[in-house]
Ligand binder design. Structure first.
Ligand SMILES: *Cc1c(COP(=O)(O)O)cnc(C)c1O
Length: 387
């Protein structure tokens, strides 16, 4: 008999999920109206320390809306890390803007703040109160630093650059629920931050998202635009284009039960990370970084294979793990060579392609046992040894 499959990450639904979803159904409030969405928003605001949390149908829609709230328009540029899940790059395209991809720091895997600074200082100038890229004359309207894999990027330096160069800051904290930088929750360093509650995230509503903001006016405007820009609660009167980007009560009920368990999920993932660190100590497997000032969640525990294994070898290693019933995934393809974004500018790309070639994400469920981690680590070491 083959041993039990160890999934990459699956939702942990061991709390009040059934109870709250049933209560929600019994209450009859299944759309976005009623008390559930507000209760979920308050729980998220409390967990993150955000002044306001506005529930949105998913993280990608929340990023789109956050860019629109930041004034991003057709022809603008939006700065992004070259290593990221595709959602923030797509959100820029929805606004008619183009991403500019900036390289990642090989020590932290996150957006390289030194290169971001150099791009802004050497490639841009401030003209009429906005940041303009010199070679294209296009306005750099926003930047989306992404907190990757349950680690935080250098968000204080990045937020300072955004202020200095008059570029709006939208933090993509979709992978960062439960992560703090310098004791502050990610997604709360600027005016706008975004969370995701997709099925693969640390806490899930099936699909869902949230906009965090410190600004009362922006919070009101987020609600307005996400609910069809209704100017009158009774009459169908609209001054602007709006969206139906609301989360439903059923999802909020699920999310409420998940948030109650968040501290346990974070502790579980930290425990799993520590087990991997021990298992790979002294081997040629490069551990996931522990960047400075981080209180990480290690949402998806990821390691680097030795460079000599190469892209084809990395694909074989992942297939080999899968063949043994161990869920494993590569990191996202570096953005600047994807056909969807080939016309976009890429700045000083050196390290993100090697992260793509070498990285393998490993099973990261918060309830993984010591024996599960030992099985994963043993299999990976065997697959890479002597290759
Ligand atoms: C999951 C994720 C999103 C948004 O995801 P949705 O599935 O739309 O909720 C955005 N950015 C990053 C980095 C993500 O990992």
């Amino acid at each position: 008999m083959s041993p039990k499959r160890i999934p990459l990450s699956e939702p942990t639904l061991g709390g009040n999920e059934w109870r709250y979803v049933k209560e929600c159904l019994d209450s009859g409030w299944v759309s976005s109206a009623g008390p559930w969405v507000e209760r979920f928003e308050q729980a998220v605001a409390k967990a993150t320390g955000a002044a306001h949390a506005v529930a949105i149908v998913n993280g990608t829609a929340a990023l789109h809306l956050a860019l629109e709230l930041s004034g991003v328009r057709r022809g603008d540029l939006v700065l992004l890390p070259n290593l990221t899940f595709v959602a923030p790059a797509n959100a820029a395209l929805y606004c008619g803007a183009d991403p500019v991809f900036i390289d990642c720091d090989p020590a932290t895997w996150q957006l390289d703040d030194a290169k971001l600074e150099r791009y802004l200082r050497e490639e841009c100038r401030i003209k009429g109160g906005v940041c303009v890229e010199k070679r294209s004359g296009r306005v750099v309207r926003a930047m989306i630093p992404v907190h990757l894999l349950g680690l935080a990027c250098e968000i204080e330096k990045i937020a300072a650059l955004a202020r200095r160069y008059k570029v709006a800051l939208v933090e993509d904290a979709c992978e960062g629920l439960g992560v703090r930088f310098n004791k502050r929750h990610v997604g709360t360093f600027g005016k706008l931050g975004v969370l995701s509650f997709n099925g693969n995230k640390i806490a899930t509503t099936g699909g869902g998202g949230m906009i965090l903001t410190s600004d009362d006016k922006l919070a009101r405007r987020t609600r307005y635009l996400s609910n069809q820009a209704k100017d009158d609660p009774i009459e169908y009167f609209h001054r602007e284009r709006g969206y139906n980007y609301r989360l439903t009560s059923l999802q909020a009920a699920l999310g409420l039960a998940q948030l109650e368990q968040l501290p346990g999920f974070v502790a579980g993932k930290r425990r799993v990370a520590a087990l991997y660190e021990k298992a790979f100590a002294g081997s040629e497997i490069v551990l996931m970084p522990r960047p400075p000032k981080n209180e990480p969640s290690f949402w998806l525990y990821t390691v680097l294979l030795p460079e000599r294994i190469g892209l084809a070898g990395r694909k074989r290693v992942i297939a080999g793990l899968e063949g043994q019933g161990i869920g494993a995934r590569p990191l996202w393809h570096h953005m600047h060579e994807l056909p969807a974004f080939r016309r976009c500018r890429a700045y000083e790309i050196e390290h993100s392609p090697s992260l793509y070639r070498r990285a393998v994400s490993l099973p990261s469920g918060p309830a993984l046992s010591r024996a599960d981690v030992a099985r994963v680590a043993g299999a990976l070491l065997k697959l890479t040894r002597g290759k």
